[in-house]
Design a protein around this ligand. Structure first.
Ligand code: PAF
Length: 301
């Protein structure tokens, strides 16, 4: 058989041959499998229930590194309620099929006891003021839980590159900030949101939507598009255009619609120009959804 010309070709060949990634359930299994991987190594951190958005992250990881590690761990620390944690879909066998098809090399799927051998950690990463707004305001402690597990998983996997979806824009910003503020030796890469053809941003939570919930949920991406279209007319015009779309969908319970500075998450004042983030969160049925889009306010697109 012809030897692959490039490490990414090796992964492509393995994927084409249907090779399964190595599955590590313990720290020792992870360490042994990680030591055998050629570098550079990219990691995609997930909570499982993988969809095409995760597949895009793995594909981008393969493009950037010789080896790809994917973690699958539903992190109890970042859930506000036990019922939300319980309800989170767990689909490891299907996830492994997806990851085999995408050519991941190693999957780390630990139990909570492996990640937190002493129970809930007494020392945690504090996400700071960037975590007090938007998602953080609705979910106190959520980002401390996220950053704590991200730090632990980065230490355990020891990657050169870590990829995160832009759909969770505040999470991506906080991870970037943590890596910079705490000098973690990893490059963080953001990957654009993947959407269904009707515009709904892919999320593991979409599985909970009824047909009616889904119809209502489409107002989120419609509102973002309306905001984008109004961007050349300034911040207030963006907020008004997006709000109008949300208000026209009575089945949606809007939690927030915010136009913010993408670095500080501070509300963008009227008259400001330049890059901004338009973010929205709303409940459809029993499911809470988030979405966002970057835009340039006050500038012709
Ligand atoms: O985005 C997620 O799925 C989670 O927040 C992450 C980064 C895997 C940490 O648990």
């Amino acid at each position: 058989m012809r030897p692959p010309a490039h490490p990414a070709d090796a992964a492509a060949d393995a994927a084409a041959a249907g090779a399964r990634p190595v599955l590590a359930r313990t720290r020792a299994e992870l360490a042994a499998a990680r030591a055998a991987l050629p570098g550079p190594v990219a990691v995609v951190l997930t909570m499982g229930a993988l969809h095409a958005g995760h597949a895009a992250l793995v594909r981008e990881a393969r493009r950037r590194a010789a080896s790809v590690v994917v973690t699958v761990f539903v992190n109890p620390l970042q859930f506000g309620s036990a019922s939300d944690l319980q309800r989170y879909p767990r689909t490891l066998q299907a996830d492994l099929d997806t990851l085999a098809a995408e050519g991941a090399d190693l999957v780390f799927a630990p139990s909570a006891e492996v990640v937190y051998p002493d129970g809930d950690p007494l020392v945690r990463v504090s996400a700071g003021p960037l975590a007090e707004v938007l998602e953080g305001a609705a979910r106190p402690g959520h980002f401390d839980g996220v950053l704590t597990v991200v730090t632990k998983l980065l230490h355990l996997v020891d990657p050169d590159v870590a990829l995160f979806g832009q759909k969770d824009a505040q999470q991506l910003l906080l991870v970037r900030r943590m890596v910079r503020d705490l000098d973690l030796p990893v490059e963080v890469v953001g990957v654009p949101t993947v959407r269904d053809p009707d515009g709904l941003a892919l999320s593991s939570r979409n599985a909970h939507l009824s047909a009616d919930d889904r119809r209502a949920a489409l107002a989120l991406s419609r509102a973002l598009r309306a905001g984008e279209a109004a961007a050349p007319r300034g911040a207030d015009a963006v907020r008004r255009a997006a709000r109008e779309v949300l208000d026209a969908e009575p089945a949606l319970r809007v939690d927030y619609l915010a136009l913010v500075d993408p670095g500080s998450l501070a509300d963008l004042p009227e008259g400001a120009t330049g890059p901004a983030l338009l973010a929205v969160a709303a409940g459809a049925g029993g499911t809470r959804l988030i979405d966002n889009t970057p835009l340039a306010v006050g500038e012709a697109s």
